[in-house]
Write a protein that binds this ligand. Structure first.
Ligand code: GLU
Length: 381
């Protein structure tokens, strides 16, 4: 099962990773469906704790709910009916969350359960909500343990076993690295079961079409959690500048060795830097829903210091926009200086404009964030 030793030098991409999403598949988490593998989860939790102590931020995306649910329900074979699979996931998720909670607590770490769907991350407002919750958890040094909300959707049950979810989470929190731990050593140029001497791919550019052919090829069914969904997940993660590692999950200390730059498994390197990817994404939003005009002081801060935009600097709100829409920021002379994701809808922005952030809760009855546009969600034009 062990991947061939890489002839390449340690990777700076790996060593530089500060914010890391680790995705573990069902077969690893449940020891091929035999029930939650406390030992395996324990080894990852120990590594997560060591990474956290080094100041790295880690998010766990874990499958295994269905496999564990089947065991708890006494089902020997995986049902084909989706609603039965969803019921099994609901049963198994209890055990999964409990296991992570216990084992992370043993390491002195608090954990949080986050259940997400692809649709949550496609909706602008929910995207922002999920993002701020996760970033808040990371700021609090809590380890988020994420799974798909299988009760309401079936995307990852049908394909992927959370590979895509892992990539979406990497996009959401702008991770540096997505580590997909699996029961395979990584990607081979051809299916090693059919071509025994197929060459191992140590490193490649994420998103290269050739990789999809190697992983199963166009036209082949996207298996649940097969190599193809992993290669596609790497392509998606690369969209926000995250590189991906696909590695064997039982490799001892895989996570710790990876962040030392050691090459384990296949590294698919993102071709665009994180900031450039985000800027591109904002720049691609040609349809701006509205704009805010800011005073000279705020304009100068945005131009020169790359600060967030606070409501107090806003003198006028133009157009109608929702939380999560991309809007323009204009200087007093009307020139566009930046664009960014609004934390408040236009109706709310009108009420909090020219006001200190400390008054947001009093003016609106609640508070999302202190900034109208956070500097991480803002690009100068
Ligand atoms: N989210 C599901 C789980 O955790 C996907 C895995 C599967 O389809 O078996 O169980």
């Amino acid at each position: 099962m062990v991947a061939p030793t890489s002839p390449l030098a340690p990777s700076p991409v790996l060593a530089a990773a500060r914010r890391i999403v680790v995705k573990v598949g069902s077969s690893l988490v449940t020891n091929e469906g035999r029930g939650i593998d406390a030992e395996a989860i324990g080894t990852w939790c120990r590594q997560l704790a060591a990474l956290a102590r080094e100041g790295r931020e880690v998010v766990m995306v874990s499958s295994g709910a269905i496999a564990e649910g089947m065991k708890r329900l006494g089902w020997a074979t995986r049902p084909t009916e989706l609603h039965e699979l969803q019921a099994a996931a609901a049963v198994g998720q209890m055990g999964l969350a409990q296991m992570y909670e216990t084992l992370l607590r043993e390491q002195g770490l608090a954990s949080a359960q986050v259940l997400l769907t692809h649709a949550d991350l496609a909706d602008r407002e929910r995207y922002l909500n999920a993002r701020s919750t996760l970033l808040t958890l990371l700021g609090l040094k809590v380890i988020p343990v994420i799974n798909e909300n299988d009760t309401v959707v079936t995307d990852e049950i049908k394909f992927g076993d959370n590979d895509t979810l892992g990539a979406l989470v990497a996009n959401l929190i702008e991770a540096d690295l997505l580590v997909i731990l699996t029961d395979q050593p990584g990607l081979y140029e051809a299916d090693p079961r059919k071509v025994p001497d197929a060459a191992f791919v140590h490193e490649a550019a994420a998103g290269t079409p050739e990789l999809e052919r190697m992983a199963g090829g166009a036209g082949s069914a996207i298996g649940r959690g097969g190599m193809l969904t992993k290669v596609l997940a790497a392509k998606r993660a690369a969209g926000s500048g995250a590189s991906t590692v696909i590695a064997w999950g039982r490799e001892p200390d895989a996570l710790l060795r990876l962040v030392r730059g050691e090459r384990i498994g296949t590294l698919l390197v993102a071709q665009t830097a994180k900031l450039a990817a985000r800027k591109q994404w904002m720049a691609d939003h040609l349809q701006l829903r509205g704009a805010v005009v800011v005073d000279e002081g705020a304009a100068a801060k945005l131009r020169e210091e790359g600060k967030s935009l606070l409501p107090i600097g806003v003198v006028e709100v133009q157009g109608e926009f929702a939380r999560g829409d991309v809007i323009a920021i204009k200087a007093p002379d009307g020139r566009d200086i930046a664009r960014g994701l609004a934390n408040y809808a236009s109706s709310e922005a009108r009420r909090i404009a020219r006001q200190p952030s400390a008054r947001i809760a009093e003016l609106l009855g609640y508070m999302n964030e202190a900034e109208l546009i956070h500097r991480d969600n803002l690009v100068r034009v």
